[in-house]
Ligand binder design. Structure first.
Ligand SMILES: *[C@@H]1O[C@H](CO)[C@@H](O)[C@H](O)[C@H]1NC(C)=O
Ligand SMILES: *[C@@H]1O[C@H](CO)[C@@H](O)[C@H](O)[C@H]1NC(C)=O
Ligand SMILES: *[C@@H]1O[C@H](CO)[C@@H](O)[C@H](O)[C@H]1NC(C)=O
Length: 378
Protein backbone atom coordinates (compact mmCIF):
# COMPACT_ATOMS: atom_id res chain seq x y z
CA UNK A 1 0.00 0.00 0.00
CA UNK A 2 2.49 2.58 1.13
CA UNK A 3 4.84 1.55 -1.65
CA UNK A 4 2.13 2.36 -4.17
CA UNK A 5 1.58 5.73 -2.61
CA UNK A 6 5.25 6.63 -2.66
CA UNK A 7 5.61 5.86 -6.35
CA UNK A 8 2.53 7.90 -7.20
CA UNK A 9 3.99 10.85 -5.38
CA UNK A 10 7.40 10.61 -6.98
CA UNK A 11 5.82 10.35 -10.44
CA UNK A 12 3.98 13.52 -9.63
CA UNK A 13 7.18 15.22 -8.62
CA UNK A 14 8.87 13.98 -11.78
CA UNK A 15 6.13 15.45 -13.90
CA UNK A 16 6.42 18.80 -12.15
CA UNK A 17 10.15 18.78 -12.60
CA UNK A 18 9.82 18.58 -16.36
CA UNK A 19 7.56 21.58 -16.52
CA UNK A 20 9.58 23.64 -14.15
CA UNK A 21 12.95 22.87 -15.76
CA UNK A 22 11.58 24.34 -18.93
CA UNK A 23 11.06 27.49 -16.90
CA UNK A 24 14.73 27.40 -15.91
CA UNK A 25 14.36 27.15 -12.17
CA UNK A 26 15.10 23.49 -12.05
CA UNK A 27 17.89 23.71 -9.54
CA UNK A 28 15.85 25.26 -6.80
CA UNK A 29 13.01 22.88 -7.32
CA UNK A 30 15.20 19.83 -7.46
CA UNK A 31 16.57 20.68 -4.05
CA UNK A 32 13.06 21.08 -2.74
CA UNK A 33 11.85 17.82 -4.22
CA UNK A 34 14.79 15.85 -2.85
CA UNK A 35 13.99 17.20 0.58
CA UNK A 36 10.30 16.52 0.10
CA UNK A 37 10.94 13.01 -1.13
CA UNK A 38 13.26 12.30 1.77
CA UNK A 39 10.56 13.52 4.10
CA UNK A 40 7.98 11.33 2.43
CA UNK A 41 10.16 8.26 2.72
CA UNK A 42 10.78 9.01 6.35
CA UNK A 43 7.10 9.64 6.86
CA UNK A 44 6.08 6.36 5.34
CA UNK A 45 8.70 4.26 7.00
CA UNK A 46 8.06 5.70 10.40
CA UNK A 47 4.39 4.85 10.44
CA UNK A 48 1.54 4.30 8.06
CA UNK A 49 -0.76 6.17 10.42
CA UNK A 50 1.25 9.23 11.29
CA UNK A 51 -1.53 11.24 9.79
CA UNK A 52 -3.87 10.43 12.63
CA UNK A 53 -1.40 9.97 15.41
CA UNK A 54 0.12 13.40 14.87
CA UNK A 55 -3.20 14.85 15.90
CA UNK A 56 -3.00 13.02 19.17
CA UNK A 57 0.69 13.73 19.61
CA UNK A 58 0.16 17.46 19.21
CA UNK A 59 -2.61 17.48 21.74
CA UNK A 60 -0.55 15.78 24.41
CA UNK A 61 2.92 17.04 23.70
CA UNK A 62 2.74 19.60 26.44
CA UNK A 63 1.69 17.14 29.10
CA UNK A 64 4.11 14.29 28.49
CA UNK A 65 7.25 13.32 26.67
CA UNK A 66 5.76 10.85 24.23
CA UNK A 67 5.89 13.08 21.18
CA UNK A 68 9.39 12.72 19.85
CA UNK A 69 9.95 9.45 21.66
CA UNK A 70 7.09 7.77 19.85
CA UNK A 71 8.21 8.89 16.46
CA UNK A 72 11.82 7.89 17.01
CA UNK A 73 10.80 4.63 18.52
CA UNK A 74 8.56 3.81 15.60
CA UNK A 75 11.17 4.78 13.10
CA UNK A 76 13.78 2.62 14.78
CA UNK A 77 11.53 -0.35 15.24
CA UNK A 78 10.66 -0.27 11.56
CA UNK A 79 14.35 -0.24 10.75
CA UNK A 80 14.78 -3.21 13.02
CA UNK A 81 12.15 -5.17 11.16
CA UNK A 82 13.87 -4.55 7.87
CA UNK A 83 17.28 -5.55 9.18
CA UNK A 84 15.84 -8.56 10.97
CA UNK A 85 14.23 -9.95 7.83
CA UNK A 86 15.32 -13.48 7.19
CA UNK A 87 16.31 -14.19 10.77
CA UNK A 88 13.37 -16.48 11.36
CA UNK A 89 14.52 -18.32 14.49
CA UNK A 90 14.54 -15.16 16.61
CA UNK A 91 11.19 -14.16 15.16
CA UNK A 92 9.75 -17.51 16.18
CA UNK A 93 11.19 -17.11 19.64
CA UNK A 94 9.58 -13.71 19.99
CA UNK A 95 6.25 -15.13 18.87
CA UNK A 96 6.49 -17.84 21.49
CA UNK A 97 7.35 -15.31 24.16
CA UNK A 98 4.34 -13.21 23.19
CA UNK A 99 2.16 -16.28 23.36
CA UNK A 100 3.38 -17.11 26.84
CA UNK A 101 2.68 -13.57 27.95
CA UNK A 102 -0.84 -13.75 26.59
CA UNK A 103 -1.44 -17.13 28.18
CA UNK A 104 -0.45 -15.74 31.58
CA UNK A 105 -2.74 -12.74 31.25
CA UNK A 106 -5.68 -14.92 30.19
CA UNK A 107 -5.09 -17.38 32.99
CA UNK A 108 -5.17 -14.61 35.58
CA UNK A 109 -8.23 -12.91 34.13
CA UNK A 110 -10.42 -15.89 33.32
CA UNK A 111 -13.61 -16.82 35.12
CA UNK A 112 -14.07 -20.35 36.42
CA UNK A 113 -15.33 -21.56 33.04
CA UNK A 114 -12.37 -20.02 31.18
CA UNK A 115 -14.27 -17.00 29.94
CA UNK A 116 -12.59 -13.62 29.54
CA UNK A 117 -14.02 -10.22 28.72
CA UNK A 118 -11.84 -8.64 26.06
CA UNK A 119 -11.70 -5.11 24.78
CA UNK A 120 -9.17 -3.46 22.48
CA UNK A 121 -7.98 0.08 23.03
CA UNK A 122 -5.53 2.58 21.61
CA UNK A 123 -4.10 5.82 22.95
CA UNK A 124 -6.89 8.03 21.64
CA UNK A 125 -9.54 5.94 23.37
CA UNK A 126 -7.65 5.84 26.65
CA UNK A 127 -7.06 9.56 27.05
CA UNK A 128 -7.97 10.65 30.57
CA UNK A 129 -11.71 11.30 30.91
CA UNK A 130 -12.32 9.64 27.58
CA UNK A 131 -14.10 6.49 26.40
CA UNK A 132 -12.03 4.15 28.55
CA UNK A 133 -12.99 5.92 31.79
CA UNK A 134 -16.65 5.97 30.83
CA UNK A 135 -16.48 2.27 29.99
CA UNK A 136 -14.94 1.42 33.37
CA UNK A 137 -17.36 3.65 35.24
CA UNK A 138 -20.32 1.76 33.82
CA UNK A 139 -19.10 -1.43 35.50
CA UNK A 140 -18.97 0.40 38.80
CA UNK A 141 -22.42 2.00 38.61
CA UNK A 142 -24.02 -1.01 36.93
CA UNK A 143 -25.97 -3.57 38.91
CA UNK A 144 -23.49 -6.16 40.21
CA UNK A 145 -21.09 -5.55 37.33
CA UNK A 146 -18.10 -4.35 39.36
CA UNK A 147 -16.83 -7.92 40.01
CA UNK A 148 -16.62 -8.41 36.24
CA UNK A 149 -13.76 -5.92 36.01
CA UNK A 150 -11.30 -8.50 37.25
CA UNK A 151 -12.12 -10.59 34.19
CA UNK A 152 -11.53 -7.79 31.71
CA UNK A 153 -8.48 -8.08 29.47
CA UNK A 154 -7.45 -4.92 27.70
CA UNK A 155 -5.69 -5.60 24.42
CA UNK A 156 -3.64 -2.44 24.12
CA UNK A 157 -2.94 -1.47 20.53
CA UNK A 158 -0.05 0.81 21.44
CA UNK A 159 2.35 1.55 24.25
CA UNK A 160 0.39 4.51 25.63
CA UNK A 161 -2.80 2.48 25.93
CA UNK A 162 -0.80 -0.29 27.57
CA UNK A 163 0.64 1.92 30.30
CA UNK A 164 -2.73 3.58 30.90
CA UNK A 165 -4.29 0.15 31.28
CA UNK A 166 -1.67 -0.87 33.83
CA UNK A 167 -2.43 2.24 35.85
CA UNK A 168 -6.05 1.08 36.14
CA UNK A 169 -4.83 -2.20 37.62
CA UNK A 170 -6.58 -4.22 34.97
CA UNK A 171 -5.29 -7.20 33.04
CA UNK A 172 -3.40 -5.74 30.12
CA UNK A 173 -1.89 -7.28 27.04
CA UNK A 174 0.26 -5.36 24.58
CA UNK A 175 -1.23 -6.19 21.21
CA UNK A 176 1.17 -3.84 19.52
CA UNK A 177 2.30 -4.36 15.97
CA UNK A 178 5.92 -3.45 15.31
CA UNK A 179 6.29 -0.60 12.90
CA UNK A 180 2.57 0.21 13.01
CA UNK A 181 1.23 3.06 15.10
CA UNK A 182 -2.42 2.58 16.02
CA UNK A 183 -2.44 5.29 18.69
CA UNK A 184 -4.49 8.02 16.99
CA UNK A 185 -8.20 8.32 16.47
CA UNK A 186 -8.56 6.12 13.43
CA UNK A 187 -11.14 7.86 11.30
CA UNK A 188 -14.10 5.67 10.45
CA UNK A 189 -13.30 3.37 7.51
CA UNK A 190 -9.77 4.76 7.10
CA UNK A 191 -6.97 2.33 6.34
CA UNK A 192 -6.04 2.27 10.02
CA UNK A 193 -9.60 1.76 11.16
CA UNK A 194 -9.84 -1.31 8.96
CA UNK A 195 -6.50 -2.65 10.14
CA UNK A 196 -7.60 -2.29 13.75
CA UNK A 197 -10.92 -4.07 13.20
CA UNK A 198 -9.19 -7.00 11.52
CA UNK A 199 -6.53 -7.09 14.20
CA UNK A 200 -9.32 -7.55 16.74
CA UNK A 201 -10.75 -10.52 14.82
CA UNK A 202 -7.32 -12.10 14.47
CA UNK A 203 -6.70 -11.62 18.17
CA UNK A 204 -9.99 -13.23 19.12
CA UNK A 205 -9.03 -16.26 17.05
CA UNK A 206 -5.72 -16.50 18.91
CA UNK A 207 -7.50 -16.42 22.27
CA UNK A 208 -10.02 -19.05 21.16
CA UNK A 209 -7.15 -21.29 20.09
CA UNK A 210 -5.75 -21.03 23.60
CA UNK A 211 -8.99 -22.51 24.92
CA UNK A 212 -10.68 -19.40 26.31
CA UNK A 213 -14.26 -18.31 25.71
CA UNK A 214 -14.60 -14.63 24.93
CA UNK A 215 -17.04 -11.88 25.58
CA UNK A 216 -15.63 -9.31 23.22
CA UNK A 217 -16.81 -5.81 23.96
CA UNK A 218 -15.97 -2.55 22.28
CA UNK A 219 -15.04 0.05 24.88
CA UNK A 220 -17.85 2.34 23.75
CA UNK A 221 -20.27 -0.09 25.34
CA UNK A 222 -21.65 0.57 28.80
CA UNK A 223 -22.16 -2.47 30.99
CA UNK A 224 -25.14 -2.12 33.35
CA UNK A 225 -26.06 -5.71 34.16
CA UNK A 226 -24.47 -9.14 33.95
CA UNK A 227 -25.23 -10.70 30.58
CA UNK A 228 -24.80 -14.40 31.32
CA UNK A 229 -28.44 -15.29 32.03
CA UNK A 230 -29.38 -13.94 28.59
CA UNK A 231 -26.95 -15.96 26.52
CA UNK A 232 -28.14 -19.03 24.64
CA UNK A 233 -26.51 -22.08 26.22
CA UNK A 234 -26.43 -24.07 22.98
CA UNK A 235 -24.86 -21.43 20.71
CA UNK A 236 -21.23 -21.15 19.60
CA UNK A 237 -21.26 -17.56 18.45
CA UNK A 238 -23.67 -14.92 19.79
CA UNK A 239 -23.58 -11.36 18.60
CA UNK A 240 -25.34 -8.09 19.34
CA UNK A 241 -27.30 -6.28 16.64
CA UNK A 242 -27.59 -2.78 15.26
CA UNK A 243 -31.21 -3.65 14.59
CA UNK A 244 -32.91 -6.73 15.91
CA UNK A 245 -35.70 -7.55 13.53
CA UNK A 246 -36.18 -11.27 13.66
CA UNK A 247 -35.81 -14.36 15.78
CA UNK A 248 -32.41 -14.91 17.40
CA UNK A 249 -31.64 -17.67 14.88
CA UNK A 250 -32.53 -15.63 11.79
CA UNK A 251 -29.44 -14.73 9.76
CA UNK A 252 -31.22 -11.70 8.30
CA UNK A 253 -30.58 -9.80 11.55
CA UNK A 254 -27.91 -7.10 11.24
CA UNK A 255 -25.11 -8.01 13.63
CA UNK A 256 -22.73 -5.61 15.36
CA UNK A 257 -19.32 -7.09 16.02
CA UNK A 258 -18.75 -4.73 18.96
CA UNK A 259 -20.31 -7.25 21.31
CA UNK A 260 -19.75 -10.96 20.82
CA UNK A 261 -19.92 -13.97 23.07
CA UNK A 262 -17.99 -16.80 21.49
CA UNK A 263 -17.10 -20.17 22.93
CA UNK A 264 -13.79 -21.79 22.26
CA UNK A 265 -14.19 -24.89 20.12
CA UNK A 266 -13.21 -26.33 16.75
CA UNK A 267 -16.17 -24.75 15.01
CA UNK A 268 -15.55 -21.22 16.23
CA UNK A 269 -11.80 -21.36 15.55
CA UNK A 270 -12.54 -22.50 12.01
CA UNK A 271 -15.13 -19.81 11.64
CA UNK A 272 -12.77 -17.04 12.78
CA UNK A 273 -10.18 -18.24 10.28
CA UNK A 274 -12.80 -18.20 7.56
CA UNK A 275 -13.98 -14.74 8.60
CA UNK A 276 -10.46 -13.31 8.63
CA UNK A 277 -9.64 -15.00 5.33
CA UNK A 278 -12.66 -13.40 3.76
CA UNK A 279 -11.13 -9.97 4.40
CA UNK A 280 -8.65 -10.69 1.63
CA UNK A 281 -11.41 -11.40 -0.83
CA UNK A 282 -13.18 -8.20 0.23
CA UNK A 283 -10.54 -5.48 0.63
CA UNK A 284 -11.78 -2.18 2.01
CA UNK A 285 -14.56 -3.83 4.01
CA UNK A 286 -14.67 -3.97 7.78
CA UNK A 287 -15.27 -7.11 9.80
CA UNK A 288 -18.98 -6.46 10.18
CA UNK A 289 -19.61 -5.99 6.45
CA UNK A 290 -17.71 -9.15 5.71
CA UNK A 291 -19.64 -11.01 8.39
CA UNK A 292 -22.86 -9.98 6.67
CA UNK A 293 -21.46 -11.33 3.41
CA UNK A 294 -20.33 -14.66 4.79
CA UNK A 295 -23.14 -15.41 7.24
CA UNK A 296 -25.11 -17.28 4.56
CA UNK A 297 -22.06 -19.12 3.23
CA UNK A 298 -22.51 -22.91 3.16
CA UNK A 299 -19.17 -23.19 4.94
CA UNK A 300 -20.87 -22.16 8.17
CA UNK A 301 -23.46 -24.90 7.90
CA UNK A 302 -20.76 -27.37 6.93
CA UNK A 303 -18.72 -26.73 10.05
CA UNK A 304 -21.90 -26.75 12.17
CA UNK A 305 -21.42 -23.32 13.74
CA UNK A 306 -24.46 -22.26 15.76
CA UNK A 307 -25.04 -18.51 15.51
CA UNK A 308 -27.49 -16.50 17.60
CA UNK A 309 -28.37 -12.82 17.48
CA UNK A 310 -28.90 -10.95 20.73
CA UNK A 311 -31.97 -8.80 21.25
CA UNK A 312 -31.43 -5.03 21.39
CA UNK A 313 -33.92 -4.91 24.29
CA UNK A 314 -31.06 -6.36 26.35
CA UNK A 315 -27.95 -5.56 24.30
CA UNK A 316 -28.91 -2.29 22.72
CA UNK A 317 -27.23 0.74 21.27
CA UNK A 318 -27.86 4.15 19.81
CA UNK A 319 -28.93 2.54 16.51
CA UNK A 320 -31.82 0.96 18.35
CA UNK A 321 -31.98 1.88 22.04
CA UNK A 322 -33.62 -0.57 24.39
CA UNK A 323 -37.07 0.60 25.39
CA UNK A 324 -36.82 -0.16 29.09
CA UNK A 325 -33.88 0.27 31.46
CA UNK A 326 -35.39 -2.45 33.63
CA UNK A 327 -34.03 -5.03 31.18
CA UNK A 328 -30.93 -3.51 29.69
CA UNK A 329 -27.55 -5.23 30.01
CA UNK A 330 -25.40 -3.14 27.70
CA UNK A 331 -25.64 0.13 25.78
CA UNK A 332 -23.42 0.65 22.73
CA UNK A 333 -22.48 3.96 21.13
CA UNK A 334 -23.06 2.47 17.69
CA UNK A 335 -24.50 4.51 14.81
CA UNK A 336 -22.13 7.18 16.06
CA UNK A 337 -18.94 8.39 14.43
CA UNK A 338 -16.26 10.25 16.35
CA UNK A 339 -14.97 10.07 19.91
CA UNK A 340 -16.46 13.39 21.01
CA UNK A 341 -19.98 12.50 19.93
CA UNK A 342 -19.71 9.08 21.48
CA UNK A 343 -18.48 10.53 24.77
CA UNK A 344 -21.24 13.10 24.84
CA UNK A 345 -24.04 10.58 24.47
CA UNK A 346 -22.44 7.87 26.58
CA UNK A 347 -22.10 10.37 29.40
CA UNK A 348 -25.80 11.14 29.05
CA UNK A 349 -26.58 7.42 29.12
CA UNK A 350 -24.59 7.05 32.34
CA UNK A 351 -26.61 9.92 33.72
CA UNK A 352 -29.88 8.26 32.73
CA UNK A 353 -28.74 5.12 34.48
CA UNK A 354 -27.83 7.03 37.64
CA UNK A 355 -31.30 8.58 37.75
CA UNK A 356 -32.89 5.21 37.14
CA UNK A 357 -30.92 3.58 39.95
CA UNK A 358 -31.87 6.41 42.31
CA UNK A 359 -35.55 5.50 41.95
CA UNK A 360 -36.98 3.06 44.44
CA UNK A 361 -38.02 -0.39 43.26
CA UNK A 362 -41.70 0.44 42.86
CA UNK A 363 -41.00 3.57 40.85
CA UNK A 364 -38.60 1.66 38.61
CA UNK A 365 -41.10 -1.05 37.79
CA UNK A 366 -44.20 1.17 37.61
CA UNK A 367 -43.58 1.94 33.93
CA UNK A 368 -40.93 1.39 31.26
CA UNK A 369 -37.93 3.60 32.03
CA UNK A 370 -36.49 5.18 28.92
CA UNK A 371 -33.29 6.83 27.70
CA UNK A 372 -32.71 10.47 26.83
CA UNK A 373 -30.17 9.31 24.23
CA UNK A 374 -29.20 9.31 21.42
CA UNK A 375 -28.72 13.05 21.12
CA UNK A 376 -25.60 13.72 19.04
CA UNK A 377 -25.48 10.13 17.82
CA UNK A 378 -28.07 7.93 16.17
C1 LIG B 1 17.41 5.14 17.07
O1 LIG B 1 18.56 4.59 16.47
C2 LIG B 1 19.67 5.44 16.49
C3 LIG B 1 20.78 4.80 15.67
O2 LIG B 1 20.83 3.41 15.87
C4 LIG B 1 20.07 5.72 17.94
O3 LIG B 1 21.17 6.60 18.01
C5 LIG B 1 18.89 6.34 18.66
O4 LIG B 1 19.18 6.52 20.02
C6 LIG B 1 17.66 5.46 18.51
N1 LIG B 1 16.52 6.14 19.08
C7 LIG B 1 15.62 5.51 19.81
C8 LIG B 1 14.50 6.35 20.32
O5 LIG B 1 15.67 4.34 20.09
C1 LIG C 1 -29.84 -5.77 40.89
O1 LIG C 1 -29.56 -7.14 40.98
C2 LIG C 1 -30.23 -7.79 42.04
C3 LIG C 1 -29.77 -9.21 42.06
O2 LIG C 1 -29.88 -9.82 40.83
C4 LIG C 1 -31.72 -7.67 41.88
O3 LIG C 1 -32.38 -8.26 42.98
C5 LIG C 1 -32.10 -6.20 41.78
O4 LIG C 1 -33.47 -6.07 41.50
C6 LIG C 1 -31.32 -5.55 40.67
N1 LIG C 1 -31.61 -4.12 40.59
C7 LIG C 1 -31.90 -3.52 39.46
C8 LIG C 1 -32.14 -2.08 39.52
O5 LIG C 1 -31.95 -4.11 38.41
C1 LIG D 1 -7.61 -19.47 5.11
O1 LIG D 1 -6.61 -19.16 4.14
C2 LIG D 1 -5.49 -20.00 4.22
C3 LIG D 1 -4.46 -19.47 3.26
O2 LIG D 1 -5.02 -19.09 2.06
C4 LIG D 1 -5.91 -21.44 3.91
O3 LIG D 1 -4.78 -22.29 4.01
C5 LIG D 1 -6.95 -21.87 4.91
O4 LIG D 1 -7.44 -23.15 4.57
C6 LIG D 1 -8.09 -20.89 4.95
N1 LIG D 1 -8.95 -21.27 6.06
C7 LIG D 1 -10.26 -21.18 6.04
C8 LIG D 1 -10.99 -21.66 7.22
O5 LIG D 1 -10.86 -20.71 5.09
Amino acid sequence: MSKGRISTTSNGLHHHQQIISSLNIAKKFLLFSVVALAFLLLYHSSSSSLFFSSNYVNKTSSSNGYTAGNLLHNYNSTANIVSAKGTLPSKEKKKKKQKNKLEKVLEKAAMGDKTVIITALNAAWTEPNSIFDIFLKSFVVGNQTTPLLKHVVVAALDQTAYSRCLKKQLHCYALTTKGVDFSGEALYMSEDYLKITWRKIDFQRTVLEMGYNIIFTDADILWFRQPFAHFYPDADFQIACDHYLYKSTNLDNSPNSGFIYVKSNKRTINFYKFWYNASEAHPGKHDQDVLNMIKFNPFIKDIGLKIRFLDTALFGGFCEPSKDLNFVCTMHANCCIGIDKKMHDLTMALDDWGKYMALNGDERMSKPQTWTVPRMCG
